[in-house]
Design a protein around this ligand. Structure first.
Ligand code: NAD
Length: 389
């Protein structure tokens, strides 16, 4: 179907087809979430309609709110949705009504990087995840007056009671897994874990530093432990996060407000770390992370500052010591297989990411934002519907 035909199809739904939803909307830059009663159209083609049971909140939702990336406003954000398939489009092959799914980011499935299993580098990644509409400019959410709402955030917009995603970004999970917990695997958790397992390929016996002990950084820490890293260091400025890092397997923690983190990492590792993950999004911390690598050390960059933010490093330090800086989106890994593997590891007790989360009622979304921003809560999960209802 051409984009043009698809846009026309969108208009074929009359008002009777539209379903009522409640969504949390960001009305303008930096504002609080506002609840609105809106409409969503039924799924078509390769789309699935999902009842959102729960959704994680990721720092990237707040970066979109603050326009680090120019997502059109007003918008329904949310990109760590998990729930139950309610309806499917005619072209959906592998999912059926009643399936439990985790929603991940959108990708086209037919560009060079998608064919190569590198979906985070899809040629259409930015427009499918940050464009505020489908790739053809159409929307699935509208208000009572049929005015389109910006949506399709990460091909889902999960801060809502119902969401539309595509079959390729809805990952089926076993019904015995706790669906209300699993949404964050679709973004923050797979980014940290994939960054370590796939991009860095952390080796047994090595040293690893997570710069930032938020949900991405601590997921990286859990993965480094799985990979057999012998020295695991967490750096942050929030003591409670560093305490949790210790509980999860950090051998050392550094509060960089109190200590020179570069020198301390070098002391602990005997000259510099083998591997590091930067998830603070603060360019000065990336500079420190590069400086604290040992020879042939590698740092994966996942923390996301506003577009066009530069960072400094000493060229000769990089060159002489053979260091690598690796950009990393969503763990650089094919999501359907990797997220399913993380669910299995969780169910076996080998990937206890549940220790990072705190549940909130959907109504308390602004409290979840506040607690996330002041460091009280690491990974808020908003409960939206009872899976049994
Ligand atoms: P978070 O806010 O939970 O974690 C960031 C951590 O960095 C916090 O614990 C904070 O205390 C710490 N920090 C901030 N400033 C610091 C400083 N100066 N020194 C030391 N520590 C500092 O956020 P998160 O949800 O874990 O996300 C982390 C980053 O990753 C965000 O920028 C987010 O947008 C980005 N992200 C990127 C991808 C990707 O695909 N690359 C995916 C998900 C999230």
């Amino acid at each position: 179907m051409t984009h043009h035909n698809k846009a026309q199809n969108n208009q074929q739904h009359d008002a009777n087809d539209l379903l009522d939803i409640t969504a949390a909307v960001i009305p303008e830059k930096g504002a609080d979430f506002e609840f609105q009663s809106l409409k969503i159209r039924p799924p078509q083609g390769d789309e699935v309609l999902v009842k959102i049971v729960a959704t994680g909140m990721c720092h990237t939702d707040l970066s979109a709110r603050d326009q680090y990336y120019p997502v059109p406003l007003p918008v329904v954000l949310g990109h760590e949705g998990a729930g139950i398939v309610q309806a499917i489009g005619d072209d959906v092959k592998d999912l059926e009504v009643g399936d439990h799914v985790i929603l991940t980011y959108g990708y086209c499935g037919h560009c060079d990087q998608c064919y190569a299993g590198r979906q985070p580098y899809c040629a259409e990644f930015f427009e499918r995840n940050f464009g505020g509409s489908d790739v053809d400019g159409s929307h699935v959410i509208s208000d009572d007056d049929h005015k389109a709402m910006n949506d399709h955030f990460f091909s889902q917009s999960s801060f809502a009671t119902l969401a539309i995603s595509r079959e390729n970004n809805a990952i089926k999970v076993p019904k015995e897994a706790p669906i209300e917990l699993l949404g964050p695997l679709g973004c923050g958790i797979q980014t940290g874990a994939g960054g370590v397992i796939n991009a860095l390929q952390v080796t047994p016996g090595s040293s690893f530093v997570t710069w930032g002990a938020g949900s991405v950084g601590l997921s990286g820490l859990l993965a480094a432990k799985l990979c057999g890293a012998a020295t695991i260091i967490a750096v942050d400025v929030v003591d409670s996060r560093l305490e949790l890092a210790k509980e999860l397997g950090a051998t050392h923690v550094i509060n960089s407000k109190d200590k020179d983190a570069v020198e301390t990492v070098k002391d602990i590792t005997g000259g510099g770390a083998n591997f590091a993950l930067e998830s603070t999004g603060v360019p000065e911390i990336l500079t420190q992370g590069i400086a604290a690598l040992g020879s042939i050390g590698k740092i994966a960059v996942v923390g996301a500052p506003p577009l066009e933010t530069p960072a400094e490093f000493d060229v000769n330090d990089l060159l002489i010591n053979g260091k690598s800086i690796i950009g990393n989106v969503e763990g650089d890994i094919a999501p359907k297989k990797f997220v399913t593997d993380l669910v299995d590891l969780y169910l076996k007790g080998d990937f206890p990411f549940d220790k990072l989360v705190k549940y909130y009622d959907f109504d308390d979304i602004n409290q979840a934002v506040k607690d996330s921003e002041d460091g009280t809560t690491l990974k808020p999960i908003l409960k939206i519907a009872d899976p049994e209802s």
